[in-house]
Design a protein around this ligand. Sequence first.
Ligand SMILES: *Cc1c(COP(=O)(O)O)cnc(C)c1O
Length: 206
Amino acid sequence: MQHLPPTARLLAVSKGHSAEAVREVASLGQLAFGESRLQEAVPKQLQLEDLPLQWHYIGRLQSNKVRGVVRAFSIIHSIDSLALAERVSRIAAEEGCSPDVLLQVKLRPDPAKGGFTEELLLEVWPQLVSLPSMQIQGLMTMAPQALEATERLCLFQECSALAERLGLPERSMGMSGDWREAVEAGSTWLRLGSALFGPRSAVTDG
Ligand SMILES: *Cc1c(COP(=O)(O)O)cnc(C)c1O
């Protein structure tokens, strides 16, 4: 992937892979890792405490996991409702931290995925930006599996345009199957799991 533009950074999605596998990838210079389940991530993080890794939470975030996630992760990509954002803000304040967050948007109907529609995001935006103890850095999106490459490109471009309109620098877009279109549309975080680590053992995406 030598031809990636410098703004497209790699988030190595290590869910379903061992601490040893993470260590191996980290030895190549990769420091940003993504996990989607708290229970899986915490023991792994403990085994890797000697490394200066940056942990990103990318899974669906249940309200009872917010405190644990705020403690264990420096960036959350999957804030998918105003209620969740309010909870993260309140708990982060209690914990004395101020995590970076991305808002997950859903720009095409997809019953399998959460996220703000564009309309809803614009409606609640004033409330979101007024929340203390968290820094809204960007948008995250996932393309429905059935989309053709040109449709995925279109969707990612819409996500970039929306981030731009809101003045947000980060766009977390692209997975192993669609990172090329995401790069073309200006992704700043490519979330790559299987393309990097190979097939993973069963995990629920949370
Ligand atoms: C698992 C996961 C990924 C990585 O998926 P691959 O297809 O293995 O690259 C990226 N983003 C999210 C939100 C995930 O849950």
